[in-house]
Design a binder for this molecule. Structure first.
Ligand code: CO
Length: 309
């Protein structure tokens, strides 16, 4: 018998270590592809599996961006970089995110004082939202009450929480297990119970606090097997079902086994046929910049055990 809590804690320690090492790499000119590959390689080197492709979402891009194969995009001084990573140990998941302002000696030349203050405040607000959530979490609390604590904390910074993104419960091999933890008071009376694992992830912005889909998806998950006349598409789907039948995967990973252009055509067909689900990259509706902070925790009688600290 594997000890569930031990696995959650081991996955959490790995995520926390990789998060901290990856954060130190962030600088002007760093390719996003290099950052996501570092994170994914380190998770495996430390003996865990990758729970989902490493997300690196910059500025108004709020979530669900991971590098496609050959991505040339680079981080720039002053960017707000949301690094969101996940590891699993025997199927028990740790999910954590942090926001970094890309450092640089010329920050003061690139941005006026008010903008720098605002961007730092955006970072601080999601962190305060997460702290407020953590002090609220215990067995018996409703997710609406947690959302209220997050929303109030973020609003006290003069900013808005993102209302159409939520935290989520975690189960064995299941990243989004059914319970959603809102980032504002939505009056949801779903109660958290002792022993449940949840990832709580407040997002803060000076924009409206609503995200929309971007045209492109880089992260996908398997839904169901289906028959395809195109042999290549069937082969890609069989490969996905065999390797990624429970947790999300990156289009980039498939280019290790398939031609990049052909795999993209197949992914499009698989999405259209609802054999896979494409997670579009998400962008703040008004184009305002966004921060995110996230920890995974296990609900306890009088509080919680944060696995990703
Ligand atoms: Co999450």
């Amino acid at each position: 018998m594997v000890d569930e809590i031990e696995c959650y804690e081991k996955a959490g320690k790995i995520v926390s270590q990789v998060r901290s090492d990856a954060t130190k790499l962030i600088k002007n000119g760093l390719e996003i592809l290099e950052l996501v590959e570092f994170v994914e390689t380190e998770i495996k080197n430390k003996g865990a599996g990758i729970a989902f492709p490493c997300n690196v979402s910059v500025n108004e891009i709020t979530a669900h961006y991971t590098s496609p194969a050959g991505d040339k995009s680079k981080l720039v001084t002053g960017d707000l970089v949301k690094l969101d990573l996940g590891a699993e140990v025997n199927g028990y998941i740790a999910d954590s995110a942090v926001t970094i302002m890309v450092p640089g000696d010329n920050l003061e030349e690139l941005f006026d004082e008010d903008t720098l203050e605002l961007n730092q405040r955006i970072i601080d607000a999601s962190a305060a939202g997460l702290d407020a959530a953590i002090s609220t979490v215990k067995a018996g609390v409703t997710v609406g009450e947690i959302g209220a604590a997050i929303g109030e904390a973020i609003e006290s910074y003069g900013l808005n929480p993102v209302r159409n993104l939520t935290g989520h419960s975690l189960e064995h091999w299941n990243l989004h297990a059914g319970i959603s933890v809102p980032n504002y008071d939505n009056h949801d009376s779903t109660v958290l119970e002792e022993g449940q694992a949840v990832a709580i992830e407040p997002f803060a912005t000076n924009g409206e606090g609503i995200v929309n889909d971007c045209p492109n998806a880089y992260i996908f998950s398997f839904i169901q097997q289906r028959p395809f006349r195109m042999k290549h598409t069937q082969k890609v789907l069989n490969h996905i079902e065999k390797n990624y039948n429970s947790l999300p995967f990156s289009g980039r990973w498939l280019t290790e086994d398939f031609n990049e252009r052909r795999v993209n055509t197949s992914l499009k067909q698989l999405g259209d046929a609802m054999a896979i689900y494409p997670y579009a990259a998400l962008k703040e509706r008004t184009g305002a910049w966004v921060s995110q902070k996230e920890h995974t925790m296990i609900v306890e009688k009088d509080g919680c055990n944060i696995t990703t600290l």
